[in-house]
Write a protein that binds this ligand. Sequence first.
Ligand SMILES: NC(=O)c1ccc[n+]([C@@H]2O[C@H](COP(=O)([O-])OP(=O)(O)OC[C@H]3O[C@@H](n4cnc5c(N)ncnc54)[C@H](O)[C@@H]3O)[C@@H](O)[C@H]2O)c1
Length: 331
Amino acid sequence: MSLTTTPAPWRRAVVTGGAGFLGSHLCERLLDSGVEVDCVDNLLSGSEDNIAPMADRPGFRFVRCDVSSGSVAGELSGPYDLVLHFACPASPADYLRHPLETMDVGSLGTRNALKIALRDDARFLFASTSEVYGDPLVHPQREDYWGNVNPVGPRSVYDESKRFAEALVTAYVGTKKLNAGIVRMFNTYGPRMRAHDGRAVPTFVCQALAGEPVTVAGDGSQTRSLCYVDDTVDGVLLVAASKAVRPVNIGGGDEATVLDIARRVIALTGSGSRLTFIERPTDDPERRRPDTTLARELLGWEPKVAWEEGIKRTIAHFSALPETASRVSRL
Ligand SMILES: NC(=O)c1ccc[n+]([C@@H]2O[C@H](COP(=O)([O-])OP(=O)(O)OC[C@H]3O[C@@H](n4cnc5c(N)ncnc54)[C@H](O)[C@@H]3O)[C@@H](O)[C@H]2O)c1
């Protein structure tokens, strides 16, 4: 099922974090399928550039506000039949720079978004993450694994706010009978990531395009399973359209070491960049791969975009950005 070709089951949606990387793709896909979209964002880690392509489209509205603030419900009069709560800095560089805002958006922001869904009797979907599994002791990670998170480590502001938010959503389902789901996304990449947000793919692509050394954390033996943004958006909207109230993993199946990812990026950009090794962040997970059996059996979802295709589209995006284009080396 593709929600760009099938009429969507919603009339009006609100997307918190809609000016971010994933949120902007979700807004666009919903608009494409005929849904009116209110995009809510305080631009903490997002950008109006991401929503510029839809700014003048009928049915699209940008509301600049903080979803953690008590006044947000007044800004969003609705009524909505879908609430996608995606607001939260997602790159470690961003959430380490904004630790308290990150905890607020997971707690107060989630509560405010849940209240809007309850008010309007809307389907609610929470953007959770593979980070709830922490540095996992079970591999691959299934939804029934409880995780291995250091509650006082530097990453805990993100991991624990997401875990708290999952508990809050579950409490709303249990006590208020809210129709609410949780999607646990694994590392996603693609156009509209910021060049310098610190995540591996944009960092490697921009360094390779500029002919600069590509910086691999540690010895690069840690693994990640990357998923192209279009596939993640498909998965998110399928979870949203389902009645699932338990968490569903959405992520790529191609587990690769970070060193291998860096080498693949260098090869696909045709860059002469060399590899260089930098200190590994504290509590950086050793292995990451989703078990997506539930998404496949429940929703028929599987990632479709091959790595080479996804990374080529991502390279094209970064090559066209003025900030990177000026640094692209003559290869
Ligand atoms: N990109 C991934 O690989 C990935 C993986 C797992 C989960 N997620 C989750 O998906 C969501 C989106 O991630 P992303 O990669 O697009 O990150 P992003 O930083 O590009 O987008 C997050 C957006 O939320 C906005 N925001 C933050 N706090 C806010 C607040 N209090 N009020 C209003 N807006 C606020 C930011 O300005 C930004 O536009 C996040 O919740 C993240 O935890 C992302």
